[in-house]
Design a protein around this ligand. Sequence first.
Ligand code: NAD
Ligand code: USQ
Length: 411
Amino acid sequence: MTIKNNHLNVKKKIIVLGGDGFCGWPTSLHLSNLGHEVVIIDNLSRRNIDNELEAESLTPIQSMGTRLTAWEEVSGNKIDFYNIDIAMNYDELLRVINKEKPDAIIHFAEQRSAPYSMKSSKHKRYTVNNNSNATHNVLCAIVESELDIHLVHLGTMGVYGYGTAGVKIPEGYLDVEVKTETGDRVQQQILYPTNPGSVYHMTKSQDQLLFQYYNKNDNVRVTDLHQGIVWGTNTMETKLDERLINRFDYDGDYGTVLNRFLMQAAVGYPITVHGSGGQTRAFIHIQDTVRCIQIAIENPPTRNEKVKIFNQMTETHCVKDLAKLVSELTGGEIAYVDNPRKEAAKNELHVKNDLFLSKGLEPITLNEGLLQEVTKIAKQYAHRADHAKIPAKSTWTKEQKPGIPTKEADP
Ligand code: NAD
Ligand code: USQ
């Protein structure tokens, strides 16, 4: 039985690149449930990376075939799937775009872990090759198809850097005043200067230039969503059947901070705060991620509009406060470990997110969903956890140490 979602104004054909991933799978189901025609392209590289790392999602995710059959049984809606490496196989990507003639393409298909991107030269090069070629191939294919396709890209808050020097981070563009040669003062809007903190974040900064160029040269309509750290696991649609369950990464490379803390507390592993925990980051629940993407699809830019940039985040927190919150809820012990990353020990972060709020987003806050997440997911699947995979071992430089808890490191 399907759930009744928001009414659909215009039915669209949507290709979801990276539709097998943590954000892409629930987004595909959400858009399909709304009545859109969804086609997934994914090369299953994320599953192969799990094999490489000998790590697994805490939740038992099913094969793509089982997922799609389950969705058809539950909703009556069919989602087509193509296994294509969009970074390596341009011709196949173009062929599918020409065949499917989508109104919109949502681009999630990049290597998204900062620690994985810093593991070795091999991983740095893979991340740059994969992400830069994936984004460029999609843009080229849109132009070559001669179709007026709206591209929605999942970018990151990390392109801004996290030291805002008292400035509330605007949505993509910064208003600046420059002095001309004749001494006049002119106003300009520029892309907010990037300050990436990992090779992965650097590829997202480079993506921004690709979008700006193809938008200027070929009028490609682009929405770039600068997303914060996604937490949570399931959405309304993935809860409908256990075969639809979303992935939950907890390992030292792919697990993101809040989901790691929840899982660590559930399995009795110390909550690993990197360094002093003064790092402040932006967050969003996965249910709000899929809703934001729906809003972006429903509000495309016009043909001559510059790249539309939204900050896709709902709240900011510092790592130490998150650890304390999870510890208070669960009784979990906190361990202050070596920070394997090169990042500021402490930062302020103030972010504008007016665009989504003005379009009706009603954010799910940490206080509402957190406890449910601990009990429902982290505890339910705690028996699947491999404790050896929890510590963050990828270091940003050779001098740094992995984030392994020791009794001595506890405060
Ligand atoms: P994910 O790794 O779970 O999903 C990415 C999917 O893309 C995977 O299924 C993978 O197999 C596929 N993919 C990667 N390269 C591909 C290629 N060359 N060809 C075809 N498919 C390919 O990641 P996610 O957490 O779902 O993130 C999706 C996007 O959102 C990423 O671009 C990421 O940068 C962005 N984002 C994620 C978060 C987060 O907290 N998870 C936060 C901000 C932004
Ligand atoms: N951290 C800890 N303990 C841990 C894990 C992480 O203290 O056990 C700290 C990190 O050192 C960092 C912060 O938590 O200061 C965030 O780390 P993270 O792994 O949760 O997030 P990050 O590496 O920034 O990457 C994630 C996604 C990425 C996305 C980004 C959004 O993997 O795809 O782009 O969040 S943002 O952070 O806003 O740039």
